[in-house]
Unconditional design. Structure first.
Length: 649
């Protein structure tokens, strides 16, 4: 059999050692209510068995191993209200409260599990009808004991009470004289969390206290649902403030604050509920959600309080009003008793197991109960605690400082990065400006090159025209007009250029833009007779003489331009540039290439291979034409067919 939970010691015993005793675990008592009439009617079976006074055995209905839970006390359904009061040792808590400790009793469990019954007995049967003394709950019994105890003390004791409920996460004063309104929960160093403007009523008799209790119970919200006809829809906290003359030496911090002394608080938590099981709708469902949420927050705090390391740091008590108001009882200086209530029905087993686990965890939570602070000199234990507190504060401050420091470092890095970015931006702007200037220079170079190109193209044209006129001197009769050679076969391999037209109209081939042959020119009638210059060798026409802008012949060469051979023309860079001028790429910058002494117009010609081929072809054609003009007869008329009329390549 698996066993969960650990037996607890008696907090009162350890607290008797001094005002601030050792760490004390939360006391947990388990109460199993009897089967209700409705559960018996439905024939539900019990899944819980109490074995001994401190162990509860859970038998799953479908079989399987039993699970045992061990608590400070386990009470089955046969136990009376008085048994519960005795088992819970509430009197000891009352004694501690009288000595200035802060004590809390709270009930916890599923809806309809008997929490309210355990604390205050069954709901009153009618208006003003007191609960039968035998059914009175822990609270009434404690009240009776306390007032009797105070009477027997023989010393003046001031008793005061407050009663509030947390409904839908709002705090309402159940003892307020006016209509209840939400009250704020505040915190200060001396009091911890407290409810502002909460009415604290002084009472001197049991009857007066019972009246206050009845007043609060009647105001507390309750509704009927499937599992409970009088289900509490709020968490209720009734607090008794006990002050004795000895502790009244310490003045209250602010007006209206209860005098420093012991406290005994009874907390009746609303029950956790599965909305599907209770059938809650509308407002009931909203209430159920709020109840479950705050219980979850409480369970979370309890789980965190189990870890001693986490306990020193942050517990999210601020997550709900309930955890705020229970902060001192759970994790502070209080003495706490939890009464876990469960239903025995197997139908409720999932919720019962949840309650049992919750209670098991709670009883491993420890508090460090602290009594009233004596006036005057600080106790050594207090000094030690203060030192620890200051150390912790110091550590937190250092941490914050480090974080701020790292933020400062990040700020410096940001500033550095911004400065760098600004410098980069400046650099980019300068480079941009430089590039703009360069582009502008390139544009003007391109425009210059285009102008030169136009001039050169005209010069080429003129030169070609003159060359053609040389050829026509040796063409006796016009041949039938065949198409331009480029339309018949590729120009490059063809070395036969027909006699070119020398008329002033200068028609060009529409495809290759070469001057048309004389017999291909549509205006042959415009042919002008060539005037031969007697001074020129071999009767070269004047028009074919080199123009003034033509490059000089190579040194030592006696040849005239008309007699230049292939290699002569190859070396004539001017002509090459003339022919390739139209291919100048405007966007190409005029980068220096070749010999630095070379004229600027020659640059770039060598980079255009197709033009070089065309130039080569033209050179051959010109050379061939010149040779043919001197040695071959013109083709006979009437021949036809492709290539007819041309000499063989
Ligand atoms: N030990 C018990 N003996 C007899 N009847 C009981 C006992 N415990 C609870 N009951 C009855 O069971 C019903 C539900 O009890 P109670 O209202 O106390 O449950 P609860 O846990 O407070 O529920 P809720 O969370 O909904 O307020 C009531 O009618 C109550 O009288």
């Amino acid at each position: 059999m698996e066993e969960r939970g650990t037996p607890d010691g008696d907090p009162a015993r350890s607290l008797e050692q001094g005002p601030e005793g050792p760490e004390t675990p939360i006391q947990v008592v388990l109460r199993v209510r009897p089967m209700s009439a409705a559960e018996l009617r439905r024939g539900e079976q019990s899944a819980l068995h109490c074995s001994g006074t401190r162990t509860l055995q859970v038998s799953p209905p479908g079989g399987g191993p039993d699970v045992a839970f061990r608590f400070g006390a386990v009470l089955d359904g046969a136990r009376t209200q008085e048994d519960v009061f005795q088992a819970c040792r509430v009197r000891r808590l009352g004694e501690l409260a009288l000595r200035g400790f802060s004590c809390t009793v709270f009930t916890f469990g599923q809806t309809g599990s008997g929490k309210t019954y355990t604390l205050t007995g069954p709901p009153p049967q009618g208006e003003g009808m007191p609960v039968s003394p035998s059914l009175a709950g822990i609270m009434q019994r404690t009240f009776a004991w306390l007032l009797e105890r105070v009477q027997h003390l023989g010393a003046p004791v001031t008793l005061r009470a407050s009663y509030l409920e947390i409904y839908n996460e709002q705090v309402h004063d159940l003892l307020s004289l006016g209509s209840p309104r939400p009250l704020p929960v505040r915190w200060n160093k001396s009091r911890g969390f407290y409810v502002e403007q909460l009415r604290v009523v002084e009472f001197g008799s049991l009857e007066a206290l019972m009246e206050l209790l009845q007043m609060g119970l009647s105001r507390r919200r309750s509704s009927a649902h499937t599992l409970n006809q009088a289900s509490s829809r709020s968490h209720a906290l009734l607090t008794l403030y006990i002050s004795r003359p000895a502790s009244q030496k310490v003045p209250p911090v602010d007006p209206g604050e209860p005098p420093v002394g012991g406290k005994l608080c009874f907390v009746d938590l609303a029950g956790s509920e599965k909305v599907a099981a209770t059938g809650s709708r509308g407002e009931l469902m909203v209430e159920a959600n709020n109840i479950n949420r705050s219980l979850l927050a409480l369970g979370h705090c309890i789980s965190l309080l189990l870890d001693p390391q986490r306990k020193q740091s942050h517990i999210p008590f601020r997550d709900s009003k309930l955890t705020k108001l229970l902060a001192d009882s759970l994790g502070g200086r209080g003495v706490t008793l939890m009464v876990a209530c469960v239903s025995p029905s197997a139908q409720c087993l999932p919720e019962t197991l949840s309650t049992l686990r919750y209670a098991s965890r709670a009883q491993r939570v420890t508090t460090r109960p602290q009594g009233p602070k004596p006036s005057g000199m600080k106790q050594p234990q207090n000094v030690e605690a203060e030192i620890l507190q200051l150390r912790e504060e110091n550590r937190c401050l250092r941490l914050q400082l480090d974080q701020m420091g790292s933020k400062g470092f990040q700020g410096a890095r940001m500033a550095w990065a911004q400065r760098n970015l600004y410098a980069m931006l400046q650099e980019f702007m300068l480079e941009n400006e430089r590039l703009r200037k360069e582009v502008s220079q390139l544009h003007s170079s391109r425009d210059l090159a285009r102008g030169e190109q136009r001039v050169l193209a005209q010069q080429v044209h003129e030169l070609q025209r003159r060359l053609l006129s040389v050829c026509t001197l040796h063409q006796p009769a016009p041949a039938p007009a065949p198409p331009c050679p480029c339309l018949v076969m590729p120009a490059a391999p063809c070395r036969a250029l027909p006699p070119l037209c020398s008329c002033p109209c200068c028609h060009l081939c529409p495809v290759c833009l070469a001057p048309l042959a004389r017999w291909a020119c549509p205006q042959q009638e415009c042919h002008v007779p060539q005037v031969l210059d007697p001074e020129t060798p071999r009767g070269m026409p004047l028009s074919s003489q080199p123009p003034p802008w033509a490059p000089p012949c190579s040194p030592g060469s006696a040849k005239i331009p008309g007699e230049r051979n292939h290699s002569d023309w190859t070396q004539t860079g001017v002509l090459a540039e003339m022919l390739t001028g139209e291919e100048v790429v405007p966007s190409a910058p005029p980068l220096p290439s070749g010999s630095p002494n070379a004229p600027p117009i020659l640059r770039g010609a060598a980079r255009i291979p197709n033009l070089a081929q065309r130039l080569e072809a033209l050179r051959h054609q010109i050379g061939s034409s010149l040779r043919r003009g001197q040695s071959q007869p013109p083709p006979s008329e009437g021949t036809s067919g492709p290539g007819r009329g041309f000499p063989p390549c």
